[in-house]
Write a protein that binds this ligand. Structure first.
Ligand SMILES: Cc1cc2nc3c(=O)[nH]c(=O)nc-3n(C[C@H](O)[C@H](O)[C@H](O)COP(=O)(O)OP(=O)(O)OC[C@H]3O[C@@H](n4cnc5c(N)ncnc54)[C@H](O)[C@@H]3O)c2cc1C
Length: 467
């Protein structure tokens, strides 16, 4: 087989010489990364992607920016169109095609589209079905209740906001990063916003002290925050119109509700086909993204992965991991020499309520639950020399008491002060660095850009001095 390389680096192949049929379920981050990696590994494979939604290849992470109005059109979130994939990568992306059943023994997938049911044969299958909202609240079907984590959900919410008159009061259910991003977006559209969070802190994966500082920013920006408050039911009047929510702390009258109460892995299709599912509820995979079923791989939010610190299976739904896992799955599905995925730290940075916040690795509670004896060091430090400004950032490091390895880091500061510092910490955790090593890291210093002692180095130094 000799693939023809076109003028612009395009690879064309002769359909008669197809050696492998690679079928991918799910056409967003993991699925399309898998498809592209499979194409890079094999010029001859026939690659088909099934996506049940109306759109493929879009940046779900940009949905809050669309809701806030910063991204003007939802279509701007589309990264590549099916035409791009067909013409440039010879990958067939079929939107509006839902995979109903994996017939593993016969290497077939039963699908449904507007044209009816159809069977797709495969030699290797990559399942990238993502995550779905955790339901469990009565009344979710009430008009005026929206989800903000999907294309169609964000579209419907935006349309409702555009058509509304007067100042609406929105209830955001869930104080995780998506709920906080959505709440911030709704504030910037002029809505009154109440956030209901069942736990005692906001922004999952951060310690109580960092959460408390972020809570101040939420309130400063004008949102109402109800912590340790579980929404039990969406309340509607007799005509079925939304009235508000019933919570463990009482009733709240609302004009609309946005569900951001967490996600769960969409592992049902794989499980029904007999694939092993881990304790996390996500599809169990090895480090090649191979499931327990021969010829079937899984990647992204539907799959488990290994935590870099604990080495144990974990489920952390983030786009950074989904893309990389998809790439590994696609490469291996194409039969190329095995590549492996090293795992995740759950590194996440968000811009909310006029601040940047971030976390990587384990929180103190997560570290203790994993069996480590840890301590934390919280420091508020300058991000420039004093003569250049008074900006400061709060950093908290979490480290093991036995070997002084860094296992987690959280930051909160002004816009632009967090992501770079967080990424240094993530690199140090991945490299298994200890506080004495971190304390002496050779990081950049320049009055306009960074202080002489980076906050991470100060935190490591202070923690060591305290011993
Ligand atoms: C509002 C928001 C903000 C986010 N912000 C960030 C961020 O800042 N940083 C970050 O790292 N991550 C972020 N994420 C998470 C990130 O978007 C996801 O982790 C990533 O999209 C997961 O990719 P995936 O391909 O595994 O799943 P998805 O993107 O969920 O794609 C799965 C696709 O599979 C399709 N599908 C499911 N079942 C079937 C079936 N049976 N047949 C056919 N198709 C099917 C679905 O329709 C869906 O389109 C954010 C997510 C949201 C919702």
């Amino acid at each position: 087989l000799r693939p023809k390389i076109g003028g612009a680096g395009e690879v064309s192949y002769n359909a008669d010489s197809v050696s492998d049929r690679i079928l991918i379920i799910g056409g967003v981050a993991a699925g399309l990364s898998a498809a592209s990696a499979a194409r890079r590994a094999s010029a001859s494979a026939q690659i088909v992607v099934l996506e049940r939604g109306p759109v493929s290849s879009y940046g779900a992470c940009g949905l809050p920016a669309f809701l806030s109005g910063r991204v003007r059109r939802l279509d701007d979130l589309v990264v590549y169109t099916p035409e791009f994939f067909r013409e440039r990568r010879h990958i067939e992306v079929l939107t509006g095609h839902e995979a109903l059943e994996v017939l593993g023994g016969r290497r077939r997938v039963r699908t449904r589209s507007a044209k009816g049911e159809k069977l797709f044969d495969y030699d290797r299958l990559v399942i990238c079905t993502g995550a779905v909202g955790r339901a469990g609240i009565a009344g979710l079907e009430t008009a005026g209740v929206f989800e903000a984590n999907t294309w169609t959900g964000a579209q419907a919410l935006d349309a409702a906001l555009r058509g509304a008159r007067g100042r609406l009061h929105a209830g955001v259910i869930g104080g995780g990063y998506i709920g906080l991003e959505v709440a911030d977006a709704l504030l910037s559209r002029g809505l009154e916003v109440s956030i209901f969070e069942r736990g005692p802190t906001i922004l999952n994966g951060v310690d109580g002290d960092i959460s408390a500082l972020l809570e101040e920013a939420v309130v400063e920006r004008g949102a109402r925050l109800f912590k340790s408050t579980e929404v039990r039911e969406i309340a509607a009047d007799e005509a079925g119109h939304l009235r508000g929510v019933e919570t463990t702390a009482g009733t709240a009258d609302l004009d609309l509700v946005v569900m951001c109460a967490g996600l769960k892995p969409d592992s049902g299709l794989a499980a029904a086909a007999g694939a092993a599912v881990g304790d996390t509820g996500a599809i169990a995979v090895d480090d090649r993204q191979q499931t327990s079923l021969a010829g079937i791989f899984a990647a992204g939010d539907c799959a488990e992965t290994r935590h870099v610190v604990t080495g144990k299976p974990t489920w952390i739904a983030l786009g950074t991991a989904a893309n990389k896992q998809g790439r590994v799955a696609g490469h291996n599905a194409a039969g190329a020499p095995a590549t492996r995925f090293i795992g995740v730290l759950g590194t996440l940075a968000v811009r909310i309520f006029g601040r940047d916040a971030g976390r990587t690795g384990l929180s103190s509670a997560e570290a203790e639950a994993a069996g480590y004896r840890v301590a934390g060091e919280l420091v508020e430090a300058a991000t420039q020399p004093g003569y250049m400004g008074q900006e400061r950032v709060t950093i908290k490091i979490i480290y093991r008491l036995d070997d002084l390895r860094l296992v987690g880091c959280q930051l909160l500061g002004r816009e632009g002060a967090v992501a770079g510092r967080l990424n240094v910490a993530a690199t140090a955790i991945t490299g298994g660095m200890t506080l004495p090593e971190i304390e002496q890291l050779d990081l950049a210093y320049s009055p306009a850009l960074a202080p002489l002692y980076e906050p991470l180095l100060i935190a490591a130094h202070n923690a060591l001095r305290r011993r």
